[in-house]
Design a protein around this ligand. Structure first.
Ligand code: SF4
Ligand code: SF4
Length: 692
């Protein structure tokens, strides 16, 4: 009853004082450009003024932090602005169900709801459907890429930051009421509390279409999308457009014929003519919480509240093409769904960590995903096998060559697959009884002087690839360093992604007992394994935030290639390399990508005369730690790595190159080519590489 009178009041008010909150669209600045939106975004043609990326991110973070710190104040201000200035009533919906109930009530008797492609509206979809409403979204049918269907990020030519920033122009628009019975439900990109302005980012026409065809508009505003004023809102909306510029072009279907001609505009929409005796379309607002406030009160997830919904984290997610879903999907959306109780939503995450690499707000999604898994007790007993892979490596090394024979015997692999889920078709590396550390301790001579550095080979290089460890030692000694190799222990990097947080913390503490004192003495700790590097640099300080040693070790850990490249930049690297006539394809492992590393390997290889290193970035190779080792993931793992294998198989490559032993295994199996660590090539190219 009360709700009905609210509705009546609103109608009376809109008739007496026709008004609506200012609606601004951010879109490519002309219709032809919009028709070729993907092309415009990905093929910059004109120079734009330089952008101060760091200042932009700082301002973005400041605006978002302001919302997080003053949420109630801003929501209160927006609600009263909408009511007092425009007669628009707002419902604060605690759950998606509550919001959908309100929309169904407002839509009645119509059964058609026109929606934009919005993560906020996507939360309501199942509940709207349960009300028997037909949901119409026209985004995909309007989007055209002129040349090809774009499936993966490397197929897009990235626009410069400036072009992406300049590509979208804000325009104020005035929706007018129509005779249509359709109701428009629009997820708002950003709303300004002070004057009630709402911003939408539009790549083509879908939002304009809805504003022009719906008889009534419901603005769905995620509570985190409210900022202080119009300036801040415009800035955030523009940032969404800028950082999301590439991800919107992913999954765009290929169109036949000349796609630069006719663009299908709102084919699913019913034409509607304007209502002549009313000036403005009735609007309603729903402020949607649906679990968002809970993020703020939990230190593990509170950064999620800063998210601007740009979808940039989607770009490199290897599972995105398979699990994108009907409404588009981002790692952030999956995590949010998980935190709202959808325990199945994170199963598709293969914990590669790539979603953390591109976030303009540095939201650590991979850590949050691991936290969520830990909270849900998602670690299964089979996962323990992979969490404790270091122990398995040690046991396999102690029992070699028997272990190697067993791992190659199909009859033994079958029960192993039952117990551990390890794919029996996976060829495992050979374990060395005489580990690198044993060999190192027994070496007859070592440099007595030189600047000392610590080298941590990790389990793979210690137990299965002493040749790599020797290459690292050889290169470092060749450049005047004295290499210290401490007692070997696993870093436990596999534990946290499986949600085994306490076990990961135990591994970290154990490692820090060795590395902590070394870091305190000022040693640089060098790693050749990208995953061990991620554990030391990123996981340890996250897992043990109170530990000074964890912070110090993280600061002093360097990937060997990065260390050597820095040496070269200071003019201190010995570049007296023998020629190696090889054309090699380099793959950046995820655990380097997330630490902004990788290209230095190409630069180092370019120093070798005759060497032609090619960057063959095709995203994750499909191994993703131990994901690809499991029988259940065999097909998916191959499918994720398919593009990389195809490239490496193509004529002209002599070798594949990568830093990670898991990627190496996967690339070798998928492409049939030999694959080696770049430091082995570097060592081979030193003229005296035969000596130890
Ligand atoms: S960790 Fe990898 S698979 Fe998981 S959501 Fe992030 S990018 Fe996707
Ligand atoms: S998590 Fe970061 S990258 Fe992903 S949508 Fe949010 S702001 Fe964008």
């Amino acid at each position: 009853m009360e709700t009905n009178s609210r509705e009546t009041n609103h109608r009376m008010k809109t008739k007496a004082e026709p008004s609506h909150p200012p609606v601004w669209l951010l879109m490519p600045d002309s219709q032809p450009k919009r028709a070729r939106s993907a092309e415009r975004l990905t093929r910059p043609r004109q120079a734009a003024p330089p952008l101060d990326e760091e200042a932009l991110r700082d301002r973005l973070r400041a605006i978002r932090t302001d919302t997080a710190n003053h949420l109630d104040e801003l929501l209160g201000q927006l609600t009263s602005t909408l009511q007092e200035q425009y007669g628009v009533t707002s419902l604060e919906a605690t759950t998606a169900q509550e919001a959908a109930d309100e929309i169904a009530r407002l839509a009645s008797p119509s059964r058609r709801v026109l929606v934009n492609r919005s993560a906020t509206v996507a939360e309501l979809r199942p509940y709207l459907k349960a009300h028997g409403l037909e949901i119409v979204e026209t985004y995909d049918e309007q989007f055209v890429h002129p040349d090809q269907g774009v499936e993966r990020y490397w197929q897009l030519e990235p626009p410069s930051a400036e072009t992406a920033w300049e590509a979208f122009r804000p325009q104020a628009i005035t929706p007018s009421p129509r005779q249509s019975t359709d109701i428009g439900v629009l997820g708002v990109n950003v709303a300004a509390a002070k004057d009630g302005t709402v911003f939408f980012v539009q790549h083509l026409f879908n939002i304009s279409d809805i504003l022009e065809r719906a008889s009534k508009i419901v603005l769905v505003i995620g509570v985190e999308r409210v900022v202080r004023d119009r300036d801040a809102a415009a800035f955030v909306a523009r940032s969404q457009a800028r950082y999301g510029a590439l991800s919107v072009a992913l999954g765009v279907p290929r169109r036949g014929g000349d796609s630069k001609g006719e663009v299908p505009v709102g084919r699913s929409l019913t034409p509607a003519s304007p209502v002549r005796d009313a000036a403005h379309v009735p609007m309603h607002a729903i402020l949607l919480d649906n679990g968002r406030r809970a993020w703020l009160s939990d230190p593990r997830y509170q950064d999620l509240f800063l998210c601007i919904g740009c979808r940039n984290c989607l770009l490199e997610c290897p599972t995105q093409p398979y699990y994108g879903g009907e409404t588009g999907w981002t790692p952030r959306d999956y995590l949010a769904a998980f935190l709202r109780g959808d325990s199945s939503s994170l199963r598709e995450c293969i914990t590669c960590g790539r979603c953390g690499a591109r976030c303009p707000l540095d939201i650590d999604l991979p850590a949050m995903i691991s936290e969520a898994k830990a909270e849900a007790g998602a670690t299964r007993w089979q996962d323990q096998f992979y969490c404790n892979i270091g122990t398995l490596f040690q046991a396999s090394s102690l029992t070699a060559p028997l272990s190697n024979w067993l791992f190659n015997w199909p009859l033994a692999r079958l029960p192993m697959e039952w117990v551990s889920e390890m794919d029996r078709e996976r060829k495992l590396p050979a374990f060395h009884r005489n580990t690198f550390l044993n060999q190192y301790r027994r070496r007859s001579s070592a440099p007595a002087s030189g600047r000392a550095v610590v080298y941590y080979p990790g389990c793979y290089a210690n137990f299965t690839d002493p040749e790599l460890s020797w290459a690292v030692v050889g290169i470092l000694e060749r450049n005047g360093f004295r290499v210290l190799v401490p007692e070997h222990q696993c870093c436990g990097v596999a534990c946290f992604p499986y949600g085994a947080k306490e076990l990961a913390q135990r591994y970290a503490r154990r490692r820090l007992r060795v590395f902590g004192p070394l870091a305190q003495e000022g040693y640089t700790i060098l790693v050749s394994c990208p995953s061990c590097g991620t554990a030391l640099e990123r996981d340890f300080p996250y897992l043990l935030p109170e530990s000074d040693d964890a912070r110090l070790v993280a600061e002093q850990t360097r990937d060997v290639s990065d260390f050597l490249w820095a040496l070269h930049q200071r003019g201190e690297l010995d570049t007296d390399f023998d020629p190696l006539k090889l054309r090699v394809g380099y793959h950046t492992p995820c655990h380097l990508r997330v630490r902004d590393l990788g290209p230095e390997n190409l630069r180092l290889l370019e120093l070798i005369p005759g060497m032609e290193p090619i960057d063959i970035d095709r995203g994750c190779c499909g191994m993703a730690g131990s994901f690809g080792m499991r029988r259940a993931h065999r097909e998916e793992s191959r499918e994720i790595g398919r593009y990389l294998f195809e490239e490496l198989r193509s004529p002209g490559y002599d070798l594949g190159i990568t830093n990670c032993a898991g990627c190496e295994m996967q690339m070798r199996a998928g492409s049939g080519r030999d694959v080696v660590h770049p430091l082995k090539l570097l060592w081979r190219a030193y003229s005296n590489s035969g000596s130890k």
